[in-house]
Design a protein around this ligand. Sequence first.
Ligand SMILES: [Ca+2]
Ligand SMILES: [Ca+2]
Ligand SMILES: [Ca+2]
Ligand SMILES: [Ca+2]
Length: 412
Amino acid sequence: MRRTRGFVRYPMVAFLLFTMTVTASGGPLDDITTMNDGVFIPQDTFTFVLDTPVNLLNDSLRSLIRADQASTRFPTITGAGYAVAIVDTGVDAAHPALAGRVVAGYNATGIGSTTNYDDDYGHGTHVAGIAASNDATYTGLVPQADIVAVKVLDSSGSGTWEGIEAGLQWVIDNRVTHNIVAVNMSLGTSSVYNTEVTSLISDELAALKNAGVFIAVSSGNEWYANMPDHGVAYPAADPSTVAVGSVWSDSFGGVLWGSGAIDRVTEVDRIVSHTNRSFAMLDILAPGALITSANNDWETGDDFVSMGGTSMAAPAVSGMAVLIRQAIEENWPVADWPTGSGWQDTILQIMQDYGEMIMDGDDEDDNVINLCVGFSRIDALGALTYTTPEPATLILLTTGALVAMRRRRRLR
Ligand SMILES: [Ca+2]
Ligand SMILES: [Ca+2]
Ligand SMILES: [Ca+2]
Ligand SMILES: [Ca+2]
């Protein structure tokens, strides 16, 4: 019945929302090496057509992934003392939800001063807010973390691989100064890769991972065009990065994406139709549509706007990586801390093991191929409960022996 519910029967409300991915010329591995001089254009700048335009300003992100409960139970785990680097279109450091916490930045676009990392496109500020907004309603994952703004994409959402490389090198050089423990890259190619591939930025990504930095990358929004070819965009497909897909945060009616993907009925935790997916390459899911976050044009427009895409899912993961990092450093004996690249591997494994299993195809009502496999969606309370030891008696009284046993299980 619901499958026959077409968009055209309802008054249409159109929204111009962008979730950009950076695109280079398509094709498999050999094209990666030609990206050096590739110029990127915004991808999937799409129009939403909602048949039931409800909840457009939506604050369900934190409750869905139980970040609210985690904050109540572990009030010191706020990201304070840690920084997340937003490698994107810049960040509006004056936005009320971010003000005072953008501690440093760098403009690697080659356009304008290297010290002017203001966001003149709107993407990076929105992404930064999902990770770290301290607004009372539209709160990010780490509302007390520092933010580092690395501008690699210009006022049209375009950039070059060399710019991204320079931006990552700046992060490497400034990592210790600002205690950068997570990098967010909500960008990628339009083509997908179902095996790990490398490029000119792979050495920087490897250096960051080996230094203990968690790198969350959007998996891309091109599933409709790419299917049936499984895979994720690059740099999600890089061996040093964590590939993030997107689930719905709430019910928004039906959504037609500019790429042609259609979610006939949206519901909490259904995988968003346009999300690139791959059993081999997609690491984790997070709410990515619709997410309300900081608007870089707040000076003249609304303080907060809603966007959707894997670009919005990645910063929930990079933010949660900071939470888990802090919880480990506060609660585990130093001898038990991961080292080097083990930080990302351990944090990802905690996210996967203590997340919510989401099946692709059991309830999705869309026009794309569903893989009929499960992916884990981040759950902040589960992850922080695992990383935070409690007295054994409390464990037995409150959560049962099974949880106690799981907690004793050692990650490696
Ligand atoms: Ca390089
Ligand atoms: Ca990867
Ligand atoms: Ca602004
Ligand atoms: Ca499902």
